[in-house]
Design a protein around this ligand. Structure first.
Ligand code: HEC
Length: 309
């Protein structure tokens, strides 16, 4: 029995075609290599991938809800049953939660912890409703109502007086479930009623559909964008040490300058440091900015602040 065994070529394609099930082994290797290549690409491009998610871009808001708001003349709304203020029914809290998610969670976070995506770049930060310290107006029901009626001047918290008072009260009831809020007293109810005439019926302001309101916002936004373009132009033509430094560490110069032109990053150096240390790419910098000395970072900050005026 000296018959020699035939030694197979390492990969015998003809044989594989005759026995298709053997192709399976080859597929396995190809699939593995594709996954590996994808992984390498992902890791190498993490910066851009992360950048596309961050930045100052406006979060996706479902506009279809807003389009339902029609231009409406002001008028007197029916009176509110004041006893509702003291007792929050389950239905009311549920409605309040829905309204909260739709109107407030972009900034205050779905769980009210002040960590919504649109609040990330705001200063001051949106309130965390699970904590009761450090409030400007205050967490009692009179002040909660006041905040919704008037907003907090000079911050991202605008007035929500366009929401019907009953909806505002539902939202307040929901917020009050997130921590141990002060109880609603009779004197609170009296104060609220005197101030906002809830039991007499509420005078409603006219509402304007959102696209019109958006045009107003975008006028303001347009002037910031124009300012940003002017500053970018200046920086590009500037060969001072600070300008060169900036051009070196900015991954997206437009982004950095927009944030300064709109005063989202200017103002407080420590605040600036804290923000870029946590997530330089979101603020338009490459991660190399973190290797600069504190002195250089300060020079960079002062330069940008001066440009933003
Ligand atoms: C565009 C972002 C944004 C949205 C949307 C928003 N808020 Fe705020 N809110 C803020 C910011 C920022 C603050 C912090 C203001 C401050 O610290 O002075 C704040 C603060 C508050 C406070 C605390 C005020 C105080 O006494 O300190 C209340 C209450 C509040 N928001 C309720 C709401 C409710 C209810 C909604 C939805 C109807 C809402 N906010 C939607 C940004 C937002």
């Amino acid at each position: 029995m000296s018959e020699k065994r035939k030694i197979e070529a390492e990969v015998d394609f003809k044989d594989m075609l005759k026995n298709p099930h053997r192709l399976f082994g080859l597929f396995y290797i190809i699939v593995f290599m594709v996954i590996l290549a994808g992984g390498i690409y992902y890791v190498k491009h993490l910066d851009q991938i992360a950048f596309n998610r961050g930045g100052y871009t406006v979060p996706d808001i479902d506009l279809s809800e807003f389009k339902k708001v029609e231009r409406k003349k002001g008028g007197v709304k029916p009176a509110i049953d004041l006893s509702l203020l003291k007792q929050a029914g389950e239905e009311d809290i549920k409605k309040g939660k829905e309204l909260f998610v739709r109107n407030c969670s972009a900034c205050h976070g779905t769980e009210g912890k002040g960590d919504g995506p649109a609040g990330a770049a705001l200063n001051p930060k949106p309130r965390d409703f699970t904590k009761l310290e450090g409030w400007k107006n205050g967490p009692d029901i009179v002040n909660l109502y006041k905040t919704l009626q008037e907003g907090v001047a000079g911050t991202g918290m605008t007035a929500y007086e366009f929401l019907p008072p009953t909806d505002r009260i539902s939202i307040i009831h929901y917020i009050r479930t997130l921590a141990d809020y002060p109880p609603v007293t009779d004197s609170d109810i009296k104060k609220l009623d005197e101030k906002y005439q809830l039991s007499k019926g509420i005078v409603e302001p006219s509402t304007v559909p959102l696209p019109i309101a958006m045009n107003k916002i975008s006028d303001e936004e347009k002037s910031i964008l124009k300012k940003k373009d002017d500053i970018v132009e200046k920086v590009i033509n500037d060969n001072s040490g600070e300008a060169l430094l900036l051009k070196k560490v900015a991954k997206n110069l437009d982004n950095v300058i927009y944030l300064f032109a709109s005063h989202k990053l200017s103002g407080n150096f420590d605040d600036f440091l804290g923000k870029i240390a946590g997530d330089p790419v979101t603020y338009g910098f490459s991660s190399s900015v973190l290797r600069l000395s504190k002195g250089n970072l300060k020079a960079l900050f002062d330069y940008l602040t001066k440009l933003a005026g």
